[in-house]
Design a protein around this ligand. Structure first.
Ligand code: SF4
Length: 237
């Protein structure tokens, strides 16, 4: 079988005060948006590395306080995570499904499955107050660390770890990382499209289906345009 062709380019991105130069490789042929997620993860990693340079980060393996926050996930990343779960062994899948069901039950009971009528801040505080561990959190560490959502990569703090567990996050000092992850939300449908990660399996039941395919460079261009639209940033491929 012929090897799949890929396109490589060097991105030069200005986000906030940061300048990021990052090589990116994506499939040349038309593919679903999920196929470019690894390239977007690499790009977000590069932005985060630039933002955290020279700072003393206090986040450590085994400290999962922030993994009880509402994690907004784009439809494209949701599809990618569902595919990831499908590759797992039956026992691990079963454990995960049980955790997702438990999270869904708590959110339903608290009336937080539907975010209508709440500001993002209200929703996020009410969600954190419930103390729901992310279903992917195991022994206070991320069990899907290489595949974790883009937004999880962008959250780093320089304040002491105990503060992250406080109810209002008072005193927590996050590293000011530009939220490039938000650009993934409109990747497939030109409008903000996200859901809380803890509702992944619930979302899967009613998720919109699409056979939209674009070349890897076209997907990346859409992502970059969305960054530009959000922040007035400059980028080129
Ligand atoms: S996906 Fe991983 S890093 Fe993100 S909230 Fe869940 S456990 Fe934490």
């Amino acid at each position: 079988m012929a090897a799949e062709a890929h396109s490589t380019a060097t991105l030069r991105l200005t986000v906030g005060d940061l300048r990021v130069v990052h090589p990116i490789t994506v499939p040349s042929a038309p593919v679903p948006a999920t196929e470019v997620v690894p390239a977007l993860q690499g790009l977000v990693n590069a932005v985060v590395a630039a933002a955290e340079a020279g700072k003393a980060i206090s986040c450590r393996k085994g400290c999962g306080a922030c993994c009880r926050q509402l994690v907004p996930v784009s439809r494209t990343e949701g599809e990618r995570l569902l595919a990831l779960v499908e590759t797992m062994g039956a026992e691990r899948r079963e454990r995960l499904h049980a955790r997702f069901a438990a999270a869904e039950a708590v959110l339903d009971k608290a009336g937080l499955s539907d975010r209508a009528g709440r500001s993002d801040r209200e929703l996020s505080l009410a969600y954190f107050a419930l103390g729901i561990p992310c279903p992917f959190l195991e022994a206070e560490s991320c069990s899907i660390h290489p595949d974790r959502p883009l937004v999880c990569r962008e959250y780093l703090v320089t304040s002491s770890a105990e503060l992250c567990a406080g109810p209002s996050q008072e005193g927590v000092t996050p590293v000011p990382v530009p939220k490039v992850s938000m650009a993934a939300r409109g990747l497939q449908n030109d409008s903000e499209d996200w859901f809380p990660l803890a509702l992944l399996t619930k979302w899967a039941k009613t998720r919109p289906r699409s056979d939209m395919r674009k070349t890897g460079p076209e997907w990346v261009q859409r992502f970059l345009r969305a960054i530009g639209a959000q922040k007035g940033e400059r980028q080129r491929l």
